[in-house]
Ligand binder design. Structure first.
Ligand code: HEM
Length: 250
């Protein structure tokens, strides 16, 4: 907690100092746009509001992607057969190194998207979602009174063998159109669900596929022989050893 409080102080200082600088420039990034955004009455957003939006986004958008892309690389390293299949998909796009990835390219990467989803099934970047019951309800015979803290646990849901047979096996085919059709809509919840479902989920999938394209086009990844990465799952999945992998040029 103390480290978190200290870290927040640093983030608040950094964003606060940047706000006047970015107000004077034309930057198109989200932070710069928030600095220049106005309320309906024309007033600029307060420093506190901008800082809160940005510090939320550091966690919601960056930490989640960092965690899931790390898990993705680990899954590619541990499953060379899938790594080859995805590299083949990326090569088939025919995009030369240095050229930007287009929306059409992203649409032509279904296997990469399935593999990314399977990665998030096994290691959901937000493994627990805290909630508080707003009214009395019952769940599976348990009475939950209004006001009770409820921990929604995607990590548990994503490993329920009755929904995900052989849950420890990496199998992107679980996300084929056909396989998904018959599954409960809350069986796969890396982005939460309901009113506060992730605002950036499509953007996250796009970023993951952009990453896959560049990574697979340039690099091969393998686990050093005899290693099995050890994962810390809470509060956000990360490899305890920093992920020891061997990278080599394609
Ligand atoms: C793999 C990447 C991501 C994962 C796993 C993820 C996961 C989640 C989850 C589980 C929630 C719901 C939290 C709750 O119900 O309390 C959420 C909300 C949110 N996410 Fe993401 N997220 C990701 C990427 C992003 C990105 C890239 C952005 C923005 C560019 C983003 C912006 C948001 C916002 C604004 C909310 C709050 C929505 C609301 O409360 O109405 N997320 N995300």
């Amino acid at each position: 907690m103390a480290r978190g409080v200290k870290g927040r102080r640093r983030i608040v200082a950094y964003f606060s100092e940047q706000i006047p600088i970015r107000r004077g420039k034309e930057g198109q990034d989200l932070f710069s746009q928030l600095c220049r955004a106005t309320h309906e009455d024309g007033a600029l957003l307060s420093t506190e509001d901008i800082v809160d939006h940005m510090s939320f986004l550091m966690m919601a958008a960056h930490d989640t992607l960092t965690s899931s892309l790390t898990s993705f690389v680990a899954a590619l390293a541990a499953n060379p057969h899938w790594q080859d299949r995805l590299r083949n998909e990326v090569t088939t796009l025919g995009v030369a190194a240095g050229e930007p990835t287009t929306l059409e390219n992203l649409a032509a990467m279904p296997l990469s998207e399935m593999a990314f989803k399977e990665t998030m099934r096994m290691k959901p970047p937000v493994p627990s979602i805290p909630r508080r019951a707003t009214r009395d309800f019952s769940f599976k015979g348990y009475a939950i009174p209004a006001g009770t803290m409820v921990g929604i646990n995607p990590l548990f849901t994503h490993h329920m063998p009755e929904i995900w047979p052989d849950p420890e096996t990496f199998d992107p085919m679980r996300f084929s159109d056909e396989a998904q059709r018959s599954r409960h809509r809350f069986a796969f919840v890396p982005f939460g669900g309901g009113a506060h479902m992730c605002l950036g989920l499509h953007f996250a999938n796009m970023q993951a596929k952009c990453f896959a394209r560049h990574f697979l086009q340039n690099l091969r990844v393998a686990l050093p022989p005899g290693t099995t990465p050890d994962w810390q799952m809470w509060p956000i999945p990360k490899p305890r050893d920093g992920l020891q992998v061997t990278l080599s040029p394609v």
